[in-house]
Design a protein around this ligand. Structure first.
Ligand SMILES: C[S@@+](CC[C@H](N)C(=O)[O-])C[C@H]1O[C@@H](n2cnc3c(N)ncnc32)[C@H](O)[C@@H]1O
Length: 281
């Protein structure tokens, strides 16, 4: 069902007045598409939707979950992980402590992917990992580290691609079977992340638009992949400045493959693919 701009504005206002969520600076197009899908799925008009969320807090929470897209996978966009492995993490070997923040971590596959590389590079024990998302439900899945097989059907290919030995490096991951990190139950179609990966990250409900850095530290690595795509340009730029301020001097920001930095802020980073290294000015 087609929704018009003035109705979208009213809806965003009602959400803001009746909850902690603020979608004022989300990309209009993407917000509109999500709302149209919700209306179709629930067979509601925009006015009925507004009435429902005003009267029923549970429905409001459901709506927020429907608006935010939670797609993720193990080693999503393998090229990014190659650069991370060979060009970024190896510079962290000399560090005494490493702080990592995954923003919009969804169900956690991206977080566990990072932990695998940290473990293989001997960086695991000196790293602290925070992983946050707006949506409490996805965080509960992330904490359990238990996934339906079809969700990460392609994961073995991606795992092999990222873990494969590279000639240019003297690190050989080729012999590391995925069973080191995952238990697979083919009968039930389940994949379970094993300890010590499972117990390592701190997962927290957190809204990056409203809450900023609650961790009282700067980070060596900030992931914010496939989250910015839902925000408008002003908000994206505010967040890029925020990431810059909250990275250590040699810190690195990783964003999604379809996301990019434009304008003055781009000169503050050195870019390779989706990986942005902070320039000290
Ligand atoms: C498409 S998923 C990306 C997951 C993962 N980063 C990846 O790229 O595979 C986007 C996630 O961002 C979260 N999100 C959206 N708005 C957010 C906000 N304001 N603060 C924190 N997380 C947010 C959503 O709940 C969703 O889980």
């Amino acid at each position: 069902m087609k929704v018009h701009e003035p109705d979208i504005a009213v809806l965003i206002e009602v959400i803001q007045q009746n909850s902690d969520y603020d979608f004022q600076q989300y990309s209009e197009k993407s917000f509109q598409r999500r709302i149209e899908k919700v209306l179709d799925d629930h067979k509601l008009s925009i006015h009925q939707l507004i009435e429902k969320i005003t009267a029923n807090n549970d429905f409001m929470e459901r709506l927020v979950k429907d608006i935010t897209v939670n797609t993720t996978e193990i080693f999503r966009d393998t090229k990014t992980w190659h650069i991370l492995k060979y060009k970024i993490l190896k510079n962290f070997i000399e560090k005494e402590k490493i702080n990592i923040w995954h923003i919009g971590c969804s169900t956690g596959q991206e977080v566990y992917s990072t932990l695998i590389l940290l473990n293989e590079m001997g960086l695991f024990s000196k790293t602290e990992v925070f992983a946050t998302d707006l949506n409490q439900d996805v965080l509960e899945v992330a904490e359990k580290g238990l996934y339906k097989f079809r969700e990460i059907d392609e994961f073995i290919d991606s795992y092999d691609l990222v873990m494969k030995h590279s000639e240019e490096e003297n690190i050989d991951y080729a012999g590391i079977p995925y069973q080191k990190y995952f238990v697979i139950n083919r009968r039930k179609n389940l994949i379970k992340i094993k300890p010590p990966l499972l117990n390592k990250p701190t997962f927290l409900k957190h809204d990056i638009v409203k809450q900023g850095n609650i961790f009282e530290r700067k980070f060596d690595l900030i992931f914010c992949r496939n989250v910015l795509i839902y925000f408008n340009h002003d908000l994206q730029n505010k967040l890029f400045e925020f990431f810059y301020d909250n990275l250590n001097d040699d810190g690195v920001l990783i964003i999604g493959r379809h996301e990019g930095m434009l304008g003055e802020i781009a000169s503050k980073f050195k870019k390779e693919e989706s990986i942005y290294k902070k320039r000290v000015l």
